[in-house]
Design a protein around this ligand. Structure first.
Ligand SMILES: [Zn+2]
Length: 284
């Protein structure tokens, strides 16, 4: 994003009052509070469409990385590709919050994968031999799990995405398998009294990534996800969550340091993605 536009945008966001301390600056501990904090953030009606898309996609990506963390440290079985497990975990966690704001987060995440796929253009061999499913498949899998979990609520979304009735029924079976499998892994550890040590570190972002930094920091997404990790998965190793400049729009999980790394460039990329989509007249 050119700097002039970026500055204007910062001013716009501030003028909207989106980052109101009332909604965001809440100390929290324990599952219920951390979830209500995220849900308050996401449900904020004054939230700008663009900022909302960025926050929602970042939230989805963070939970994808938490999925890798759990596969690694809790030695979750992986029957299929780990990347698909991480995606399904992220979708499952957001879906089971049963709140409208999280439903929008999943819709935004699916849109994010579609836009990512469109931006990438023609497929090449490395897309097919890579560890991830194709971007558009990742988008459809989110929608499939949504309609699989609750057909009444998400039938319209499935139709919008062109998923036919037969596949919608199949999605129900898929969802039941995935939720049963994940619950077997998650429920024995949920709400145990032990707490994992989770440390958040915001590294400097510089002027170019100032909006990404501000959005991540003031949204308190990392704090909310950290609270969830601390309390609900029975982790015994200390976990780090680091926001940093990486020179690429990405997020990672580092097994050696038990660290989730989110790049400021990723948020910047989400801003560019949704701005281009809205400018082109796309809905959200
Ligand atoms: Zn991954």
């Amino acid at each position: 994003m050119p700097e002039r536009v970026l500055k204007l945008f910062v001013a716009f966001v501030v003028s909207l009052g989106f980052f109101s301390p009332l909604a965001l600056a809440k100390p929290s501990s324990g599952k219920e509070k951390s979830q209500s904090e995220i849900s308050e953030i996401l449900a904020d009606r004054t939230l700008d469409k663009t900022v909302r898309f960025v926050i929602n996609n970042t939230l989805y990506t963070l939970y994808h990385e938490v999925g890798h963390l759990l596969v690694d440290k809790q030695q979750w079985p992986v029957l299929g590709r780990e990347e698909d497990v991480a995606d399904n975990f992220a979708t499952y966690i957001l879906l089971t919050q049963k709140r409208r704001a999280f439903e929008q987060a999943l819709k935004d995440a699916a849109l994010g994968w579609r836009l990512e796929g469109e931006a990438r253009g023609a497929r090449t061999a490395d897309d097919f031999y890579g560890e991830h499913s194709l971007d558009l498949q990742r988008a459809y899998q989110i929608v499939c799990m949504m309609v699989g979990e609750d057909r009444r609520t998400f039938a319209a979304t499935a139709v919008e995405w062109g998923i036919d009735r037969r596949r919608q029924s199949g999605c129900k079976d898929d969802y039941e398998q995935i939720s049963r499998s994940l619950e077997q892994l998650i429920s024995p550890n949920r709400d145990k009294n032990s707490q994992a040590e989770v440390t958040i570190n915001y590294e400097r972002a510089g002027a170019r990534l100032a909006l990404a930094y501000k959005t991540l920091r003031e949204s308190r997404l990392l704090e909310s996800v950290a609270d969830d990790i601390r309390n609900n998965y029975g982790l015994t190793v200390p976990v780090l969550i680091t926001a940093t400049v990486c020179d690429e729009p990405n997020a990672f999980y580092d097994s050696q340091s038990s660290e989730i790394i989110v790049c400021y460039e990723l948020l910047d990329d989400y801003f560019d993605m949704i701005n281009a989509h809205l400018e082109a007249g796309g809905g959200n």
